[in-house]
Design a protein around this ligand. Structure first.
Ligand SMILES: Cc1cc2nc3c(=O)[nH]c(=O)nc-3n(C[C@H](O)[C@H](O)[C@H](O)COP(=O)(O)O)c2cc1C
Length: 330
Protein backbone atom coordinates (compact mmCIF):
# COMPACT_ATOMS: atom_id res chain seq x y z
CA UNK A 1 0.00 0.00 0.00
CA UNK A 2 1.19 3.46 -0.92
CA UNK A 3 2.21 5.79 1.91
CA UNK A 4 0.54 9.20 1.82
CA UNK A 5 1.56 12.41 3.55
CA UNK A 6 -1.20 14.86 2.77
CA UNK A 7 -1.32 14.79 -1.03
CA UNK A 8 2.20 13.44 -1.38
CA UNK A 9 2.32 9.86 -2.57
CA UNK A 10 5.54 8.17 -1.43
CA UNK A 11 4.88 4.75 -2.90
CA UNK A 12 5.20 1.55 -0.94
CA UNK A 13 7.60 1.52 2.00
CA UNK A 14 9.55 4.71 1.31
CA UNK A 15 13.16 5.19 2.32
CA UNK A 16 13.83 8.65 3.68
CA UNK A 17 17.12 10.49 3.93
CA UNK A 18 17.51 11.81 7.48
CA UNK A 19 18.04 15.49 8.11
CA UNK A 20 21.68 15.90 9.15
CA UNK A 21 23.34 19.17 10.00
CA UNK A 22 26.36 19.92 7.81
CA UNK A 23 25.65 16.78 5.79
CA UNK A 24 22.21 16.74 4.15
CA UNK A 25 22.70 19.89 2.09
CA UNK A 26 21.60 20.11 -1.58
CA UNK A 27 24.84 18.58 -3.02
CA UNK A 28 24.56 15.53 -0.76
CA UNK A 29 20.83 15.30 -1.33
CA UNK A 30 21.49 15.24 -5.07
CA UNK A 31 23.54 12.03 -4.87
CA UNK A 32 21.09 10.42 -2.45
CA UNK A 33 18.19 11.19 -4.75
CA UNK A 34 20.11 9.71 -7.69
CA UNK A 35 20.48 6.54 -5.67
CA UNK A 36 16.91 6.03 -4.60
CA UNK A 37 16.01 8.19 -1.58
CA UNK A 38 12.23 8.60 -1.75
CA UNK A 39 11.96 11.66 0.42
CA UNK A 40 14.52 14.00 1.91
CA UNK A 41 14.79 16.79 4.44
CA UNK A 42 16.96 19.85 4.76
CA UNK A 43 19.39 20.18 7.65
CA UNK A 44 17.59 21.58 10.66
CA UNK A 45 17.11 25.33 10.52
CA UNK A 46 16.91 27.60 13.53
CA UNK A 47 13.61 29.47 13.77
CA UNK A 48 15.46 32.33 15.43
CA UNK A 49 17.93 32.43 12.55
CA UNK A 50 15.12 32.55 10.01
CA UNK A 51 13.41 35.41 11.77
CA UNK A 52 16.66 37.37 12.06
CA UNK A 53 17.21 36.58 8.38
CA UNK A 54 20.63 35.14 9.21
CA UNK A 55 22.46 34.22 6.01
CA UNK A 56 23.30 30.70 7.21
CA UNK A 57 19.66 29.87 7.97
CA UNK A 58 18.33 31.47 4.81
CA UNK A 59 20.76 29.53 2.63
CA UNK A 60 19.49 26.27 4.10
CA UNK A 61 16.03 27.05 2.70
CA UNK A 62 17.22 26.35 -0.85
CA UNK A 63 15.25 23.48 -2.34
CA UNK A 64 15.35 22.33 -5.95
CA UNK A 65 12.80 20.76 -8.27
CA UNK A 66 14.71 17.48 -8.64
CA UNK A 67 14.58 16.97 -4.88
CA UNK A 68 10.83 16.68 -4.56
CA UNK A 69 9.28 15.62 -2.33
CA UNK A 70 11.40 17.57 0.13
CA UNK A 71 10.73 18.80 3.66
CA UNK A 72 12.22 21.79 5.42
CA UNK A 73 13.03 21.03 9.04
CA UNK A 74 12.92 23.76 11.67
CA UNK A 75 13.58 23.87 15.40
CA UNK A 76 13.09 26.37 18.18
CA UNK A 77 11.87 26.99 21.70
CA UNK A 78 9.46 29.87 21.23
CA UNK A 79 6.02 29.09 19.88
CA UNK A 80 5.43 32.48 18.23
CA UNK A 81 8.84 32.35 16.58
CA UNK A 82 8.17 28.84 15.32
CA UNK A 83 4.94 30.09 13.79
CA UNK A 84 6.76 32.94 12.06
CA UNK A 85 9.58 30.67 10.91
CA UNK A 86 7.02 28.28 9.42
CA UNK A 87 5.54 31.09 7.36
CA UNK A 88 8.99 32.11 6.11
CA UNK A 89 10.06 28.54 5.32
CA UNK A 90 6.79 27.70 3.55
CA UNK A 91 7.48 30.51 1.07
CA UNK A 92 10.65 28.69 0.00
CA UNK A 93 8.38 26.13 -1.67
CA UNK A 94 9.05 22.79 0.05
CA UNK A 95 6.52 19.97 -0.15
CA UNK A 96 6.18 19.77 3.61
CA UNK A 97 7.37 21.23 6.89
CA UNK A 98 9.04 19.14 9.57
CA UNK A 99 9.62 19.97 13.23
CA UNK A 100 12.67 18.73 15.08
CA UNK A 101 11.89 17.45 18.57
CA UNK A 102 14.85 15.11 18.65
CA UNK A 103 18.10 17.04 18.62
CA UNK A 104 20.02 16.08 21.75
CA UNK A 105 22.98 18.45 21.58
CA UNK A 106 23.37 20.90 24.43
CA UNK A 107 23.23 24.09 22.37
CA UNK A 108 19.77 23.06 21.16
CA UNK A 109 18.23 20.81 23.83
CA UNK A 110 19.41 22.93 26.74
CA UNK A 111 17.91 26.04 25.22
CA UNK A 112 14.43 24.60 25.24
CA UNK A 113 14.43 23.37 21.64
CA UNK A 114 14.85 19.98 19.89
CA UNK A 115 14.53 17.01 22.25
CA UNK A 116 13.95 19.23 25.26
CA UNK A 117 10.29 19.57 24.22
CA UNK A 118 9.94 15.90 25.21
CA UNK A 119 10.04 17.19 28.79
CA UNK A 120 7.07 19.46 28.22
CA UNK A 121 4.50 17.73 26.06
CA UNK A 122 1.86 20.41 26.53
CA UNK A 123 4.23 22.96 25.06
CA UNK A 124 5.23 20.55 22.28
CA UNK A 125 1.58 20.08 21.37
CA UNK A 126 0.91 23.82 21.41
CA UNK A 127 3.99 24.48 19.28
CA UNK A 128 2.98 21.82 16.78
CA UNK A 129 -0.54 23.19 16.56
CA UNK A 130 0.88 26.66 15.87
CA UNK A 131 3.09 25.30 13.09
CA UNK A 132 0.22 23.32 11.54
CA UNK A 133 -1.95 26.44 11.55
CA UNK A 134 0.78 28.60 10.05
CA UNK A 135 1.16 26.70 6.78
CA UNK A 136 -0.89 25.23 3.95
CA UNK A 137 1.69 22.40 3.72
CA UNK A 138 1.54 19.06 5.51
CA UNK A 139 3.53 19.08 8.76
CA UNK A 140 5.57 16.12 9.97
CA UNK A 141 7.56 15.62 13.18
CA UNK A 142 10.80 13.89 14.01
CA UNK A 143 11.45 12.93 17.59
CA UNK A 144 12.99 10.37 19.95
CA UNK A 145 11.55 7.80 22.40
CA UNK A 146 11.60 10.31 25.23
CA UNK A 147 13.98 12.36 27.34
CA UNK A 148 15.53 9.46 29.30
CA UNK A 149 14.85 5.90 30.43
CA UNK A 150 12.26 7.07 32.95
CA UNK A 151 10.27 9.18 30.54
CA UNK A 152 9.79 7.28 27.31
CA UNK A 153 6.65 9.21 26.44
CA UNK A 154 6.58 8.98 22.66
CA UNK A 155 3.44 6.79 22.71
CA UNK A 156 1.44 9.65 24.20
CA UNK A 157 3.31 12.17 22.03
CA UNK A 158 2.27 10.32 18.87
CA UNK A 159 -1.44 10.43 19.76
CA UNK A 160 -1.43 14.05 20.82
CA UNK A 161 0.53 15.28 17.82
CA UNK A 162 -1.73 13.38 15.47
CA UNK A 163 -4.68 15.06 17.17
CA UNK A 164 -3.33 18.52 16.34
CA UNK A 165 -2.86 17.61 12.71
CA UNK A 166 0.60 16.26 11.91
CA UNK A 167 0.63 14.04 8.83
CA UNK A 168 3.51 11.65 9.67
CA UNK A 169 5.88 10.91 12.54
CA UNK A 170 9.46 9.72 12.43
CA UNK A 171 10.86 8.21 15.61
CA UNK A 172 14.54 7.68 16.35
CA UNK A 173 14.71 4.66 18.66
CA UNK A 174 16.80 6.33 21.33
CA UNK A 175 16.18 8.72 24.22
CA UNK A 176 17.80 12.12 24.45
CA UNK A 177 20.07 10.83 27.26
CA UNK A 178 21.37 8.14 25.00
CA UNK A 179 22.55 10.69 22.45
CA UNK A 180 23.88 8.27 19.80
CA UNK A 181 25.10 5.56 22.19
CA UNK A 182 23.83 2.01 22.56
CA UNK A 183 21.59 0.31 20.07
CA UNK A 184 18.38 1.86 18.75
CA UNK A 185 15.31 0.16 20.22
CA UNK A 186 12.39 0.06 17.84
CA UNK A 187 9.98 -1.86 20.11
CA UNK A 188 8.15 1.28 21.22
CA UNK A 189 7.94 2.39 17.58
CA UNK A 190 6.25 -0.93 16.90
CA UNK A 191 3.80 -0.38 19.75
CA UNK A 192 2.82 3.00 18.31
CA UNK A 193 2.32 1.45 14.91
CA UNK A 194 0.04 -1.11 16.55
CA UNK A 195 -1.98 1.54 18.38
CA UNK A 196 -5.42 1.50 16.69
CA UNK A 197 -5.74 5.24 17.38
CA UNK A 198 -2.78 6.02 15.15
CA UNK A 199 -3.67 6.61 11.51
CA UNK A 200 -0.67 8.61 10.27
CA UNK A 201 2.42 6.95 8.74
CA UNK A 202 5.08 6.03 11.29
CA UNK A 203 8.68 5.95 10.10
CA UNK A 204 11.39 4.11 12.02
CA UNK A 205 14.83 5.61 12.41
CA UNK A 206 18.08 4.58 14.01
CA UNK A 207 20.88 2.21 13.06
CA UNK A 208 19.67 0.98 9.67
CA UNK A 209 22.94 0.19 7.94
CA UNK A 210 22.38 -2.83 5.71
CA UNK A 211 19.75 -4.38 3.45
CA UNK A 212 19.40 -7.36 5.82
CA UNK A 213 18.71 -5.19 8.84
CA UNK A 214 16.26 -3.10 6.84
CA UNK A 215 14.37 -6.21 5.73
CA UNK A 216 14.41 -7.76 9.19
CA UNK A 217 13.28 -4.60 11.01
CA UNK A 218 10.62 -3.93 8.38
CA UNK A 219 9.08 -7.33 9.17
CA UNK A 220 9.62 -7.15 12.91
CA UNK A 221 8.48 -3.60 13.62
CA UNK A 222 5.91 -3.12 10.84
CA UNK A 223 6.70 0.56 10.24
CA UNK A 224 5.47 2.42 7.14
CA UNK A 225 8.96 3.33 5.98
CA UNK A 226 12.45 3.99 7.25
CA UNK A 227 14.68 6.98 7.62
CA UNK A 228 18.41 6.52 7.11
CA UNK A 229 21.11 8.88 8.30
CA UNK A 230 24.68 7.90 9.05
CA UNK A 231 24.76 4.86 6.77
CA UNK A 232 24.15 7.15 3.79
CA UNK A 233 27.10 9.39 4.55
CA UNK A 234 29.66 8.56 1.85
CA UNK A 235 27.42 5.68 0.84
CA UNK A 236 24.29 6.95 -0.93
CA UNK A 237 24.04 3.53 -2.58
CA UNK A 238 22.46 2.23 0.63
CA UNK A 239 19.03 3.29 -0.70
CA UNK A 240 19.24 1.38 -3.96
CA UNK A 241 20.84 -1.61 -2.22
CA UNK A 242 17.99 -1.88 0.28
CA UNK A 243 15.37 -1.49 -2.44
CA UNK A 244 16.97 -4.15 -4.56
CA UNK A 245 17.15 -6.52 -1.62
CA UNK A 246 13.49 -5.94 -0.77
CA UNK A 247 12.52 -6.69 -4.34
CA UNK A 248 14.74 -9.68 -5.07
CA UNK A 249 16.13 -10.99 -1.78
CA UNK A 250 19.53 -10.67 -3.37
CA UNK A 251 22.39 -8.28 -2.88
CA UNK A 252 23.14 -5.68 -5.47
CA UNK A 253 26.81 -5.48 -6.44
CA UNK A 254 28.75 -2.99 -4.34
CA UNK A 255 29.71 0.19 -6.19
CA UNK A 256 32.88 -0.11 -8.23
CA UNK A 257 35.75 2.31 -7.78
CA UNK A 258 34.66 4.03 -10.99
CA UNK A 259 31.19 4.56 -9.52
CA UNK A 260 32.60 5.86 -6.26
CA UNK A 261 34.70 8.34 -8.19
CA UNK A 262 31.76 9.36 -10.35
CA UNK A 263 29.49 10.06 -7.40
CA UNK A 264 32.29 11.85 -5.59
CA UNK A 265 32.80 14.10 -8.61
CA UNK A 266 29.08 14.83 -8.87
CA UNK A 267 28.98 15.68 -5.18
CA UNK A 268 31.97 18.01 -5.63
CA UNK A 269 30.49 19.70 -8.70
CA UNK A 270 27.17 20.28 -6.98
CA UNK A 271 28.98 21.50 -3.92
CA UNK A 272 30.92 24.09 -5.92
CA UNK A 273 27.81 25.10 -7.80
CA UNK A 274 25.82 25.73 -4.63
CA UNK A 275 28.51 27.02 -2.28
CA UNK A 276 30.91 28.63 -4.71
CA UNK A 277 34.24 27.00 -5.69
CA UNK A 278 36.24 27.86 -2.60
CA UNK A 279 33.78 26.76 0.09
CA UNK A 280 32.57 23.93 -2.15
CA UNK A 281 36.06 22.45 -2.35
CA UNK A 282 36.74 23.06 1.32
CA UNK A 283 33.54 21.49 2.62
CA UNK A 284 33.89 18.51 0.32
CA UNK A 285 37.04 17.50 2.21
CA UNK A 286 35.10 15.84 4.99
CA UNK A 287 33.46 13.47 2.53
CA UNK A 288 36.40 11.84 0.71
CA UNK A 289 37.30 9.25 3.32
CA UNK A 290 33.64 8.22 3.50
CA UNK A 291 33.34 7.67 -0.24
CA UNK A 292 36.41 5.47 -0.28
CA UNK A 293 35.86 3.66 3.03
CA UNK A 294 37.25 0.15 2.91
CA UNK A 295 39.53 0.85 -0.04
CA UNK A 296 42.94 -0.49 1.02
CA UNK A 297 45.84 1.95 1.39
CA UNK A 298 43.72 4.92 0.49
CA UNK A 299 45.37 7.19 3.10
CA UNK A 300 47.91 8.64 0.70
CA UNK A 301 45.18 9.76 -1.71
CA UNK A 302 42.97 11.04 1.07
CA UNK A 303 45.81 13.26 2.25
CA UNK A 304 46.21 14.60 -1.26
CA UNK A 305 42.48 15.15 -1.71
CA UNK A 306 42.04 17.07 1.51
CA UNK A 307 44.91 19.42 0.74
CA UNK A 308 44.15 20.02 -2.94
CA UNK A 309 43.04 23.60 -3.51
CA UNK A 310 41.74 23.50 -7.06
CA UNK A 311 39.24 21.37 -8.90
CA UNK A 312 41.92 20.46 -11.48
CA UNK A 313 44.15 19.01 -8.75
CA UNK A 314 41.24 17.03 -7.32
CA UNK A 315 40.28 15.62 -10.72
CA UNK A 316 43.87 14.64 -11.28
CA UNK A 317 44.07 12.80 -7.95
CA UNK A 318 40.76 11.04 -8.65
CA UNK A 319 42.16 9.97 -12.04
CA UNK A 320 45.17 8.49 -10.20
CA UNK A 321 42.81 6.65 -7.85
CA UNK A 322 40.91 5.29 -10.82
CA UNK A 323 44.10 4.07 -12.44
CA UNK A 324 45.47 2.44 -9.31
CA UNK A 325 42.34 0.64 -8.15
CA UNK A 326 40.28 -0.01 -11.25
CA UNK A 327 41.87 -3.43 -11.73
CA UNK A 328 42.74 -4.25 -8.13
CA UNK A 329 39.18 -3.80 -6.93
CA UNK A 330 37.41 -5.23 -9.96
C1 LIG B 1 26.01 14.56 11.67
C2 LIG B 1 24.58 14.43 12.09
C3 LIG B 1 23.75 15.53 12.02
C4 LIG B 1 22.40 15.42 12.38
N1 LIG B 1 21.57 16.50 12.25
C5 LIG B 1 20.24 16.35 12.45
C6 LIG B 1 19.32 17.40 12.13
O1 LIG B 1 19.70 18.48 11.66
N2 LIG B 1 18.00 17.17 12.36
C7 LIG B 1 17.52 15.98 12.87
O2 LIG B 1 16.33 15.81 13.04
N3 LIG B 1 18.38 14.99 13.16
C8 LIG B 1 19.70 15.14 12.94
N4 LIG B 1 20.54 14.07 13.18
C9 LIG B 1 19.96 12.77 13.58
C10 LIG B 1 19.63 11.92 12.37
O3 LIG B 1 18.64 12.52 11.57
C11 LIG B 1 19.16 10.50 12.78
O4 LIG B 1 18.01 10.62 13.57
C12 LIG B 1 20.21 9.74 13.57
O5 LIG B 1 21.49 9.87 12.97
C13 LIG B 1 19.84 8.24 13.70
O6 LIG B 1 19.71 7.65 12.43
P1 LIG B 1 20.90 6.75 11.78
O7 LIG B 1 21.24 5.69 12.77
O8 LIG B 1 20.32 6.21 10.51
O9 LIG B 1 22.05 7.68 11.56
C14 LIG B 1 21.89 14.18 12.84
C15 LIG B 1 22.75 13.08 12.93
C16 LIG B 1 24.07 13.19 12.56
C17 LIG B 1 24.96 11.97 12.64
Amino acid sequence: MSVQIGNIDLGEFPLLLAPMEDVSDPPFRYVCKQNGADMMYTEFISSEGLIRDAAKSRKKLDVFEYERPIGIQIFGSDIEHMREATEIASLAGPDLMDINYGCPVKQVACRGAGASLLQDIDKMVAMTKAVVEATHLPVTVKTRLGWDDNTKNVYEVAERLQDVGIKALTIHGRTRSQMYKGVADWSLIHAIKKNPRIKIPIFGNGDIDSPEKAAEWRMQFEVDGMMIGRAAIGYPWIFREIKHYFKTGEHLEKPTIAERIEVCKTHLEKSMEWKGPKTGIFEMRRHYSNYFKGVPDFKEYRMKLVTAATVEEIMDILAQVDKKYAFEMA
